[in-house]
Design a protein around this ligand. Structure first.
Ligand SMILES: [Zn+2]
Length: 409
């Protein structure tokens, strides 16, 4: 019997997870290691236990669900994504990848197929980085790119550490985070952009990622009273940051069509009505298909910061706290996905991922690849984020077919 994705079952699972941490506009909010994230993880785990999967969890909260193969010594074929969301999250970013993986295992059960190699389904911790930075924290720690101790000590905006949140949410596992014995890593994800819809591609073969560079800026001015302090005597950190944000936007605009620059987080001190602000922190990032172009964008940013600092008499400290990519995914796995899509008469398009993904951390360790399914109107990190039942199911079918070939029977 040829194993086949059950589109309705997969869709229902996505909707069941979306009902945890619902937002009024129809999206989901499940920040990493909150009660909502823990509830989604618990439901996911219950489903996995119904399938008899072996559950392991590491000390940073990554979940590994293993389906035994007939050859116990074989390296596992691994796949998955993340169940956490941003505050204005939709129903599909990350979730589609985890639950498509679950549906792969359910379909294999239905077909009575035991693969030769074991299969491992993964839910990575804190992919989004909304609550704790940096993003892709779980996979970063597992890959050895971020020390466990440093990750555990990271705090959210309320001073709660990752270590504390892991304990409070019951998500601290016993395993030491480490690369696992895998022969391949695959991640299905929504495109989060408009290209597939515009071109009619049903399956995106992600051949690589952009290069992204992340910064925290601290702008230091001078505290003063908004009444007596004449305008020309002020060193207003928030006003300086207003200029920085526009400069960041301009750098992104100049980098089109392959460049992006964004400023999405701000903290203002003392954030009080009677005070001229004197410390303002801003997170921003630049990204581009080409690493050299991204480095040039950073140079433009630094030049803009120097100009603004000089003109306004403020100090601007730059902490370049993370980078990722550019990653080139495994060409053999890309070819396999392309072939499996063609076998199902699905149209494909090679894509570059503009967002960060856990697969970026896996790529240097194990042959890795991603496949995209379309995002309606390219909307993401938004309650309106949407992919149709059939779009997700087609992607899951390609994932299943590829997994089956890699794991063998
Ligand atoms: Zn994601």
């Amino acid at each position: 019997m040829i194993p086949t994705i059950d589109a309705d079952r997969l869709w229902q699972s996505i909707m069941d997870i979306a009902a945890i941490g619902p937002t009024p506009e129809g999206g989901s909010c499940r920040l990493a290691l909150t009660a909502e994230d823990a509830a989604a993880r618990a439901l996911f785990l219950r489903w996995c236990q119904t399938l008899g999967l072996h559950h392991e969890q590491d000390a940073i909260g990554n979940m590994f669900l293993r389906r035994a193969g007939t050859d116990a010594a074989a390296a596992a074929v691994a796949f998955g994504s993340h169940l956490d969301t941003v505050p204005t999250g939709g129903r599909f970013d990350g979730i589609a990848g985890v639950l498509a993986g679950l549906e792969v295992l359910r379909a294999l059960d239905d077909a009575g197929i035991r693969t030769r190699a074991p299969l491992e389904l993964v839910n990575w911790m804190n992919e989004e980085g909304s609550r704790f930075r940096p993003a892709m924290m779980g996979s970063r720690v597992a890959a050895g790119e971020l020390p466990l101790e440093a990750a555990l000590a990271t705090t959210d905006d309320h001073g709660v550490s990752v270590a504390r949140a892991l304990l409070d949410s019951g998500q601290a596992g016993p395993l030491t985070p480490a690369p696992r014995d895998w022969s391949a890593w695959l991640e299905l994800h929504i495109e989060q952009g408009p290209v597939m819809e515009a071109t009619g591609a049903e399956i995106g073969i992600v051949v690589g990622t952009m290069h992204a560079r992340y910064f925290q800026l601290t702008v230091t001015g001078e505290p003063s009273h908004v009444g007596p302090t004449e305008m020309n005597r002020r060193h207003d950190s928030l006003a300086a940051v207003a200029e920085v944000i526009l400069a960041v936007e301009q750098i992104g605009l100049s980098g089109e069509p392959y460049g992006r620059a964004s400023a999405g987080w701000i903290e203002n001190v003392p954030n009080a009505r009677g005070n001229v602000p004197h410390i303002t922190r801003l997170h921003c990032d630049v990204r581009h298909n080409s690493a050299n172009a991204a480095i040039a964008m950073e140079a433009s940013l630094r030049q803009a910061l120097a100009d603004i600092a000089l003109r306004r008499g403020v100090r601007i400290d730059v902490d370049p706290y993370a980078t990722f990519g550019p990653i080139v995914f495994d060409t053999g796995l890309g070819a396999l996905l392309r072939q499996k899509a063609a076998d199902r008469q699905l149209s494909t398009r090679d894509m570059i991922a503009a967002a960060g993904h856990d697969s970026v951390l896996m790529a240097p360790l194990v042959p890795s690849a991603m496949l995209f399914v379309p995002s309606v109107a390219g909307i993401t990190h938004n309650p309106k984020e949407y992919s149709t039942k059939d779009q997700v199911a087609r992607g899951a079918q390609v994932l299943l077919d590829a997994v089956l070939e890699l794991a063998g029977v």
